[in-house]
Design a protein around this ligand. Structure first.
Ligand SMILES: Nc1ncnc2c1ncn2[C@@H]1O[C@H](COP(=O)(O)OP(=O)(O)O)[C@@H](O)[C@H]1O
Ligand SMILES: [Mg+2]
Length: 324
């Protein structure tokens, strides 16, 4: 049975419409913080938006506004056509939320009890709640542990319970705020599989992540935010095109003579001690030439990396505490 079923509407209906959204936190003491500053974008059905930005950029604030947990200071947001302020109940019917962290589940209840409890809160009647709960436990690989208390679960399993909870009402829009944060690599891979499946089933997804390869892998669209401002927004291809011919050649054991030849090619060379070399060629020809030089010189560990989102990110987001 499919995990979700939202066949794409013709023309890709707008599912998340954010228009000049601003949110300022005004503490009782101290200066107000504008966590979101005039943000606008539209996400159409089946699109997956990767929301990237350093800590404090405003990502969770946006997630909370879209899920009706927080009111905007100005501007509007609509989910499946419903205004988050004027029509919160309809919005909640169309949306699922997975927040990073451990809040929202009852540790002393089992996975099954947690899901049934939430299903009841969402108004699913007894038999529908039971059926949907069992279906999700099965689909998310939780069936074997369904009768165990959630407090005994690993981080990866807990996140799957969170996702199951978010999927109870078959949401057309899913907001995932750092869902793989703190997961071991195996669990994170499984989680991404599920996101891909949801995307294929037509779910519209907003995914906040610090994992750039994950964003590059899963998302059709990307947004980069810092200090509450939307600095970049576009399709993945658009953003990668921004860095142009961004290949990096690296090698070790590069003799001085070979290094000298590469330094004459168009591009930038960074060399370290011990014959470690990194070269950013300007174009395809320079790349080919450098590879020939390195091969002839019998350099070791020669590799070429493709342009990555990490490079776009570095060029857009100012360097702060964020670590790639
Ligand atoms: N409840 C709050 N009261 C005051 N300031 C807040 C509150 N929540 C978040 N902030 C501030 O708003 C900014 C954006 O926070 P947040 O949306 O959590 O960013 P992110 O999720 O990108 O790390 C930060 O400067 C944060 O300190
Ligand atoms: Mg956050």
């Amino acid at each position: 049975m499919p995990i979700a079923d939202h066949p794409p509407a013709r023309g890709g209906q707008p599912m998340v419409e954010v228009d000049h959204l601003t949110r300022t936190y005004t503490p009782r003491r101290g200066t107000p913080v504008t966590a979101l500053d005039d943000v606008s974008f539209t996400l159409r059905q089946g699109e997956v938006l990767g929301l990237l930005g350093p800590n404090g950029a405003g990502k969770t604030t946006l997630s909370r506004i879209l899920t009706t947990l927080l009111l905007p200071s100005s501007g509007t947001a609509r989910i499946a056509g419903f205004d988050v302020v004027a029509r919160p109940r309809e919005v909640r019917r169309h949306i699922g939320l997975v927040l990073g962290g451990d809040r929202g589940l009852y540790g002393r209840l089992t996975a099954r009890q947690n899901l049934r409890y939430w299903a009841a809160l969402q108004g699913l009647d007894g038999s529908a709640a039971r059926a949907r709960t069992e279906e999700l436990l099965e689909r998310l690989g939780l069936a074997a542990r369904a009768g165990d208390r959630v407090e005994t679960f690993s981080r990866g399993m807990t996140q799957r319970v969170h996702l199951a909870r978010a999927l109870l009402n078959r949401p057309a829009v899913l907001i995932l705020d750092e869902p793989t944060n703190g997961m071991d690599p195996h669990s994170a891979t499984g989680f991404r599989e599920l996101v891909r499946e949801l995307r294929a089933a037509g779910t519209t997804i907003l995914l906040t992540t610090h994992d750039l390869p994950e964003a590059q892998d899963l998302c059709s669209h990307l947004a980069m935010v810092d200090h509450g401002r939307l600095l970049r927004w576009g399709t993945r291809a658009d953003l990668l095109a921004e860095v142009g011919f961004a290949r990096t050649v690296t090698a070790t054991g590069v003799p001085a003579a070979a290094r000298a030849r590469i330094e004459l090619l168009p591009g930038t060379v960074t060399a370290e001690e011990g014959g470690v070399l990194s070269y950013r060629p300007h174009d395809e020809d320079a790349l080919a030439e450098a590879l020939t030089v390195l091969a002839q010189a019998r350099a070791a560990e020669i590799s070429v990396t493709a342009p990555s989102l990490a490079e776009v990110y570095r060029s857009v987001i100012e360097d702060r505490e964020f670590v790639l």
